[in-house]
Every structure is written in structure tokens, then in C-alpha cells.
Design a protein around this ligand. Structure first.
Ligand SMILES: [Zn+2]
Length: 78
């Protein structure tokens, strides 16, 4: 059990990833792609990610459901 990674959420981009994973550059807080980003850029990403989480929580409080991924389809019944 202890040699299997845990599912984590990247602090910078919000992606879920497994840590630790063999041959992965990911850290506890960052997925593999964000771990390679330079620190100033990463800080901006983390700040944005925090803001997204805050807004998402607020939306949930208001009773609306955030779109799961993509924007709603447009033009289906136009
Ligand atoms: Zn990431």
C-alpha cells in the first residue's frame, strides 16, 4: 500500500495527479508539468488556482453547479 502514490491536486493548474509516481517529476504540490515551470510563473499560476477555488466555492454556496469541464453546447437547437 505504501508504494502506491496518492491522488493529489496540483496547486498550480488544478489537475489531479498521482504522487509519488515512478519516473515522474511531480512533487507533493505540483503535477509533472507544473513542477518544471519557473518559480515566478508558478506563483502566478498558484494565485490563479486559489482564486478559482474561492470562486468555485462561492458558486456552490449560491446553489449553482459549475460546468463540469467545458462550456455548454451552443447551437444545438438553433
Ligand atoms: Zn499542474
Amino acid at each position: 500500500m505504501s508504494d502506491t502514490g496518492k491522488e493529489r491536486t496540483c496547486r498550480a493548474c488544478g489537475a489531479s495527479f498521482v504522487y509519488p509516481a515512478p519516473a515522474s517529476l511531480a512533487t507533493k504540490r505540483l503535477c509533472e508539468s507544473c513542477a518544471g515551470v519557473s518559480e515566478p510563473v508558478r506563483r502566478v499560476l498558484e494565485a490563479h488556482q486559489l482564486e478559482i477555488l474561492r470562486l468555485r466555492r462561492q458558486i456552490e454556496k449560491l446553489g449553482a453547479k459549475p460546468a463540469p469541464g467545458a462550456a455548454p453546447k451552443v447551437g444545438d437547437d438553433a
